[in-house]
Design a protein around this ligand. Structure first.
Ligand code: FPP
Ligand code: MG
Length: 319
């Protein structure tokens, strides 16, 4: 699936390393640790595939591939500070190694460096897309803070958070690829929506994995969302099916901010026993199908076939 863009992805890596080399040592140490942390490079791959689908293959796609990966990394380092997370991708988080102050500033640097690179394109549409998606993510993080610990979160609130957290960046990547291809507003919109639905599927799978995967699979503790006060879709669906006892149990974990009086197995039983895991997976399948239908209407090519395979890859992933 990513075979088509393998060489381009290697060039994205070189571009990222070149940008890192421009940082002063206190930033470079943190940012190279972050960028070498084993990310899947899914976002640059999506951008490259969308650009290829629209007939563009060139340096701008490589540079923008590096831009979206750097923005992604900046958001994760800030997120780990906010969540006080100790682990990311199976390694100590930046904040646990270098502390909050240095981590926030390294994230700021990455973020501004990515915009400096984007500015080189001298294309306001590209800046518009990047600014809109970053602001959307910041707003999402703020909204999520307000929703922390809320047991009565609705399905649509959870989906809006999934959009802001993950899907708007996916959508930005495929949109940027389409903008480079200059094939007109209809294809741009189709690819932007494709990214949005693929991103929603990705985030819902993430929410499920938090309940179903092992810590080694995830590279972080499991049932972590609830511990952090985040009520996600599987839990929302589970609570729709069970009476007051389940609500009380979940409320206890939220109040205690961890598993003290309630065992993690009890929560796992709740989401499995009510079919909530299956229901969330069905929802992820629904979004993946929507993503595929948007692309299947476009002209056939190797790139289109690769884009059609991405949502299935997202559904099957185990970490
Ligand atoms: C992860 O959610 C959160 C995000 C991917 C979005 C974070 C966005 C920000 C902190 C805005 C940062 C803004 C700038 C300008 C860089 P999660 O905590 O549910 O997932 P996790 O388990 O992977 O931590
Ligand atoms: Mg987090």
């Amino acid at each position: 699936m990513f075979e088509l863009v393998r060489e381009d992805l290697a060039r994205v890596e070189q571009e990222i390393a070149a940008q890192n080399a421009l940082a002063i040592p206190p930033v470079a140490e943190i940012s190279s640790y972050l960028l070498e942390g084993g990310g899947k490079r899914l976002r640059p791959a999506l951008l490259l595939l969308a650009a290829g689908m629209c007939g563009y293959r060139g340096d701008s796609a490589i540079r923008l591939g590096a831009v979206v990966e750097m923005i992604h990394t900046a958001t994760l380092v800030h997120d780990d500070v906010i969540d006080e997370a100790d682990l990311r991708r199976g390694r100590p988080s930046a904040n646990s190694r270098w502390g909050n102050h240095r981590s926030v500033l390294a994230g700021d640097w990455l973020y501004m460096q990515s915009f400096r690179m984007a500015l080189r394109e001298r294309n306001f549409r590209i800046l518009d897309i990047l600014i809109e998606l970053t602001q959307n993510m910041v707003e999402g993080e703020l909204l999520e803070l307000d929703m922390l610990g809320r047991i009565d979160l609705s399905e649509s609130e959870a989906i809006e958070l999934a959009y802001r957290k993950t899907a708007c960046l996916f959508s930005g990547c495929t949109h940027l690829g389409a903008v480079l291809g200059q094939r007109g507003p209809e294809i741009e919109q189709a690819l932007s929506e494709y990214g949005r639905y693929a991103g929603l599927a990705f985030q819902l799978v993430d929410d499920v994995l938090d309940f179903t995967a092992s810590p080694s699979q995830l590279g972080k503790p499991v049932l972590n969302d609830l511990k952090e006060g985040k009520v996600t879709l599987p839990l929302i669906y589970a609570l729709e099916c069970r009476n007051g006892d389940a609500r009380k149990m979940v409320g206890t974990v939220l109040a205690e901010k961890g598993f003290h009086s309630v065992r993690p197995e009890q929560i796992a039983e709740l989401v499995h026993g009510t079919g909530a895991v299956e229901r969330t997976r069905r929802m992820a399948h629904h979004y993946a199908a929507k993503a595929k239908s948007l692309v299947s209407e476009l002209v056939d090519s190797d790139f289109r076939r690769a884009l059609l395979a991405v949502p299935d890859f997202v559904l099957d992933r185990e970490n």
